[in-house]
Ligand binder design. Structure first.
Ligand SMILES: NC(=O)c1ccc[n+]([C@@H]2O[C@H](COP(=O)([O-])OP(=O)(O)OC[C@H]3O[C@@H](n4cnc5c(N)ncnc54)[C@H](OP(=O)(O)O)[C@@H]3O)[C@@H](O)[C@H]2O)c1
Length: 415
């Protein structure tokens, strides 16, 4: 291939050759709003590297909910976040999942070399952060960010700029698009289910998984299964039951059969509260029916937030944990505290994963134990559409991916 200032989408430059410019799907502040309008392909300069950074030629990029938020400009104006960090480019290149090939490495990178096939995890932090240097979990460090959301230069571009430690080996048995699908949601689910002792999923533990057919939920179900747990999946239609059961759900619940969702009535409103209690008790019984015995969830895997938190706290077993990583339906968590303190339950926040947790999840993928649950594959110029479907909850089960430089689906290596 000729060397050039910019490659067309789907062209693969010679290994290690970095064109001056690249194509990227950009969000700009003046386009904040519906994802189909917010994302547009533009040509920008390919980023240069710091000593601990790696330039990855992106073959495929996973679609995640965080760039729905980026497109909307809510709850964070991500461009303002970049500006605060000194990045005055005025645009956001999102994308927090990638599979690709290492094309350049900074002087101090030792874990990967040019030519390696990698996936990228989205945990980004400052290696000189005093909290991390003192041995703290990087995800609790003041400098922790999500690459491709809170940082610029994500995977919706021909090249992405990442820190060396974010690179993990790509599972050789997966295609580029399969490999780009699970890392963000899977590593997040891994930390939620494995990193908060003593609430670590163990054989026989019931795990209630909200959004069982979604990105996080499809991974949580499989991780719970791998560690001997009994996953119960909640979904919004019976059509999704088979998908969840194939991943290991012992039973499934259709949430549309209940109507007690949202912030619960005040405890002084006897009538309203009584109706809520009826709904939530019926939901608890549906869990026992799904499990096949009167066994409540040791762990509730939460992310819808406002609509479901009162129920999650109620149905969680005595001494169990509700672990949450998002509030997709809203941020006000209203619970009846009596169930929390009398039954000594734990309500735990969790956010993405550190290097060890991401590597442990990736090993499950490399070992063929986790189905990446690739659903629909989009073209590079359809990245806005994929996010639009996600924002309207009209996307298919599992994880969506866009091809960036992989010229067609089905490839596991170079074309
Ligand atoms: N903090 C982190 O590290 C982290 C990491 C990953 C994702 N997240 C966040 O987690 C959330 C979910 O991400 P995802 O990738 O799993 O998205 P997803 O693939 O869209 O799955 C979410 C699922 O939630 C279910 N759902 C929607 N509305 C609901 C409601 N009112 N009540 C109960 N369930 C509802 C839907 O399933 P049904 O309609 O079938 O019920 C949907 O499949 C997003 O807000 C995302 O930003 C956070």
């Amino acid at each position: 291939m000729r060397t050039t200032e910019v490659c067309e989408i789907g062209e693969v430059p010679p290994l290690g050759y970095v064109p001056k410019y690249m194509y990227a799907q950009l969000i700009r502040r003046e386009r904040f709003g519906q994802p189909t309008a917010a994302f547009q392909v533009e040509k920008v300069e390919t980023p240069s590297l710091k000593p601990d950074e790696v330039l990855v030629f992106v073959m495929a990029a996973g679609i995640n909910y965080n760039n729905v938020w980026a497109a909307l400009g809510q709850p964070l104006d991500v461009i303002q976040v970049h500006e605060r960090e000194g990045d005055l480019s005025g645009f956001h290149i999102g994308g927090s999942d990638a599979s690709g090939i290492v094309y350049a490495v900074g002087d101090e990178v030792t874990n990967v070399k040019v030519g390696d096939h990698v996936v990228v995890h989205c945990g980004w932090w400052d290696r000189d952060d005093p909290f991390i240097k003192a041995g703290g979990d990087p995800m609790l460090a003041p400098s922790a960010r999500i690459w491709g959301y809170e940082t610029n230069w994500g995977s919706f571009a021909q090249f992405t700029k990442v820190q060396g430690h974010q690179c993990l080996p790509k599972a050789p048995h997966l295609t580029w698009e399969e490999a780009a699908a699970p890392t963000l949601v899977g590593s997040t689910a891994y930390r939620m289910l494995r990193a908060w002792p003593p609430h670590v999923v163990e054989p026989g533990n019931v795990v209630l998984v909200w959004g069982g057919a979604g990105g996080l939920g499809s991974m949580a179900t499989q991780i719970a299964r791998e560690f001997g747990g009994i996953p119960v999946a909640v979904v919004s239609s019976d059509d999704k039951f088979e998908f969840c059961q194939r991943l290991g759900a012992k039973g499934c619940i259709n949430r549309k059969k209940f109507d007690h969702w949202g912030m619960m009535p005040h405890w002084t409103d006897r009538e309203g509260y009584g109706r809520w209690l009826e709904g939530v008790r019926a939901f608890g019984k549906a869990i026992w029916d799904a499990v096949g015995e009167r066994k409540s969830p040791r762990i509730v895997f939460e992310h819808p937030g406002e609509d479901t938190i009162p129920t999650s706290i109620f149905v969680c077993d005595t001494g169990g944990m509700v672990v949450i990583c998002a509030g997709t339906t809203g941020y006000n968590a209203v619970v009846d505290l009596r169930y929390l303190w009398m039954r000594q339950k734990r309500f735990q926040g969790s956010h993405f994963a550190n290097d060890d947790q991401a590597a442990a999840f990736n090993q499950l993928v490399v070992d063929g134990k986790i189905d990446p649950c690739l659903s629909r594959v989009f073209a590079f110029d359809e990245i806005g559409l994929a996010h639009q479907l996600m924002s309207e909850n009209k996307h298919p089960e599992g994880n969506m991916v866009a091809l960036v430089s992989a010229p067609r689906p089905g490839l596991k290596g170079l074309p």
